[in-house]
Design a protein around this ligand. Structure first.
Ligand SMILES: [Zn+2]
Ligand SMILES: [Zn+2]
Length: 149
């Protein structure tokens, strides 16, 4: 039973993280922390971006939850940490590697309709380089209007 509940917590967290990422992106990264997000819209070079601070923050938080939770045997906390890590892997694969071609020199043109849909949505986000005029703030989810026919 505990395993089932913790597996559900892992999956729920991974899904909810897209909502967290959306809200963070729309209201914080394009809000008062634009100073950290700006170089993602106006890249300066090929190395680290200030924007990577957000990924590092969530990676550290996830590790803290997994390690701290394991030490105290608070498995729901560990499950939340694992769910965040799973979202982090998905985000990195899609956003950093596939879309922005960072980290690995992989040129991959997705054929799967859903992948093409989220690529289209994020391309829409990057049509704007400013803080205020951006739209389409999601990462791993995109509404049907971005469907590529
Ligand atoms: Zn943005
Ligand atoms: Zn991007």
């Amino acid at each position: 039973m505990t395993l089932l509940i913790n597996s559900l917590i892992v999956m729920t967290t991974a899904v909810l993280m897209e909502g967290v990422a959306y809200l963070l992106h729309k209201y914080v990264m394009h809000g008062f922390l634009w100073i950290l997000h700006e170089d993602h819209h106006r890249p300066t070079g090929r190395g680290w971006q200030k924007n990577d601070a957000f990924s590092v923050f969530f990676a550290l938080l996830s590790m803290l939850l997994i390690i701290g939770g394991s030490q105290r045997q608070w498995w729901p906390l560990v499950s939340v940490g694992i769910g965040m890590a799973i979202y982090g892997v998905g985000y990195t694969l899609f956003h950093e590697i596939m879309f922005h071609r960072r980290l690995a020199k992989i040129r991959y043109r997705p054929r799967h309709p859903y992948l093409r849909r989220i690529v289209r949505a994020h391309r829409e986000h990057h049509r704007h380089t400013g803080q205020k005029d951006a739209t389409s703030f999601s990462f791993l989810y995109a509404p049907a209007r971005f469907k590529v026919s």
